[in-house]
Design a protein around this ligand. Structure first.
Ligand code: ADP
Ligand code: ZN
Length: 517
């Protein structure tokens, strides 16, 4: 069987799993029957797409949403995966292509609308196709009592039995009754392995800090936790070595760890860390896989992590024993610039680069959050929660100002241009810039043109970035990262709600250059 992590990186372009994904992927790939409950937006599709690539044979994906199926098939094909759909929306050519790929034994994922299962030929087709896994999206559609009931979903259980293959069911609906009904109807009552994840790790204290003498900041953080086991993540190998030296000079017990070391030396660090109390490992992201030390008391990032997923995974190594643990993540303009250029100069296709920028924006939104950081973090994974009382922003709320007018102007610029542009062009409109693009699109004729001259470009960037942190706008990967307004922004636009933003970010905006849409 193929390994999950290289596929995650090379095919999907993700640097880390989201919470819960890794365990589900492994169970599904191992051929277990699985029922996974994850919030919408939590990343369910990866949990069957990745196992489909790890396993031999074809994975049938049953989903009620034709548009969504077509999107997923297109995205998979763009990533070089042989995938196809049989839906009522197909052209005859598309259907032929699916059958040909099946014939050649090349198809890995076959998406099917449930209605298709009603056709007499479906079962024979799937049997001949060498189906080795059934994945059911929106599994709650099997529930007769829910409002999404799809009668054809009731055929899936029988299909599983005749094909004799494992089934993985996914839904965002968590209530016990619906779960029981899914187990009855899809698994014939035989208990699947269940995954129901809360993503929160409430014992981990979250904190971010703008870099301001980062070496000293890390030394201070470690000094306040002397004698406790901790990890410092760094962006480069060289930095792990120099920072470990600085910590040792300050009478800590520290060693470094990175992918450039001999396997033997790395193992030595791993064993020391597992056995010794109070060792600090200064490491690149190479350190982490397979570390299951329960009493890591703190994790610090000397540089901004790659994504929210990486951040969550890395801080998540602390406090596995459930006792309080602390984290500190430093970020500065150089991190942002570096990450941007890594994305821009990488070899990834344009669509993926756009998505990577969007993910980085989300991380920046977390870094510059206005109120409870954990709420922002959990919302990113689709989970709602109240203020946590265990993060730096709950501890010390930042100074804010009423930004309602500024945000309304920004939203209006987005809507007047029909949600087709990124923040760079929108800011040009707001500040009344004279560019080719503005002239070509006649955006200087818009009522919003030049209506935001009270802020300069960098200040507007800070406003847009914070708007993203508040989930008022979201970059749309389908539109090359163009910003689209979310439902959350509607009341502000209508004048029914007000919004505050962080003052420090606006005032210090010129210390955060190189932030672009
Ligand atoms: P769901 O089906 O649970 O509503 P999706 O499968 O559509 O959610 O995933 C939501 C978003 O999260 C998608 O844009 C997807 O690309 C992204 N995503 C999923 N897994 C990861 C990951 N490990 N790292 C980064 N982004 C991810
Ligand atoms: Zn909080």
């Amino acid at each position: 069987m193929l390994d999950a992590v290289p596929l995650l990186r090379d095919v999907f372009g993700f640097d880390a799993f989201r919470p819960g994904q890794s365990e589900i992927v492994q169970a599904v790939a191992d051929g277990e029957n699985v029922l996974a409950i994850m919030p919408t937006g939590g990343g369910k599709s990866l949990c069957f797409q990745l196992p489909a690539l790890m396993r031999d044979g074809v994975t049938v994906v049953i989903s009620p949403l034709i548009a969504l199926m077509r999107d997923q098939v297109r995205a998979l094909q763009e990533a070089g995966v042989c995938a196809g759909a049989l839906t009522s929306g197909n052209t005859p050519e598309e259907t032929d292509a699916v059958f040909e790929a099946l014939e050649r034994g090349e198809l890995k994922l076959l998406y099917m609308a449930p209605e298709r299962l009603a056709a007499g030929s479906a079962e024979g087709l799937l049997r001949r196709a060498g189906v080795s896994l059934i994945a059911v999206d929106e599994a709650h559609c099997v529930s007769q009592w829910g409002h999404d009931f799809r009668p054809d979903y009731l055929r899936i259980g029988a299909l599983r039995k005749t094909l004799g293959v494992p089934l993985a069911a996914f839904t965002a609906t968590a209530d016990a009754e619906t779960q029981d009904e899914i187990v009855q109807k899809l698994f014939d009552g035989a208990a699947p392995r269940r995954f129901l994840h809360g993503f929160d790790r409430p014992n981990i204290h979250l904190a971010f800090g703008a870099k301001d003498g980062p070496r000293r900041q890390i030394l201070d953080f470690a000094a306040a936790r002397r004698g406790q086991s901790g990890i410092v993540y760094c962006g480069t190998r060289a930095k792990t070595e120099s920072l470990a030296r600085a910590l040792n000079d300050a009478d800590h017990s520290a060693c470094y760890y990175h992918g450039g070391m001999q396997a033997e030396d790395r193992r030595l660090v791993e064993t020391r860390f597992a056995r010794e109390d109070g060792l600090i490992v200064v490491a690149t992201v190479a350190f982490g896989m397979g570390i299951d030390k329960p009493d890591i008391r703190w994790v610090a990032h000397a540089d901004l992590p790659k994504s929210i997923e990486s951040y969550y995974q890395e801080i998540g190594r602390a406090g596995r024993d459930g006792a309080p643990a602390e984290t500190l993540t430093l970020f500065g303009p150089e991190d942002i610039r570096l990450r941007r250029s890594q994305i821009d100069e990488g070899l990834a296709p344009p669509a993926r680069r756009t998505a990577d920028h969007a993910r980085l924006n989300a991380l920046l939104g977390l870094a510059e959050a206005l109120a409870c950081r954990r709420q922002v973090l959990l919302r990113y994974f689709g989970e709602d929660s109240g203020p946590c009382g265990n993060c730096d922003l709950c501890d010390t709320p930042p100074e804010v100002f009423d930004a309602t007018t500024a945000v309304r102007k920004a939203l209006s610029a987005i809507l007047r241009t029909e949600e087709w542009f990124g923040s760079g062009h929108l800011i040009d409109i707001l500040t009344g810039a004279d560019t080719d693009k503005i002239r070509a699109r006649q955006h200087d004729q818009l009522p919003t043109y030049g209506c935001g001259k009270e802020y300069d470009k960098r200040q507007w960037q800070a406003v847009f970035r914070q708007m993203m942190g508040h989930d008022l706008v979201r970059p749309d990967p389908e539109r090359h990262g163009a910003l689209r307004m979310t439902e959350a922004a509607r009341p502000i636009l209508r004048g029914e709600a007000e919004i505050s933003l962080r003052r420090d970010t606006i005032r210090k905006a010129n210390r955060h250059p190189a932030v672009k849409s």
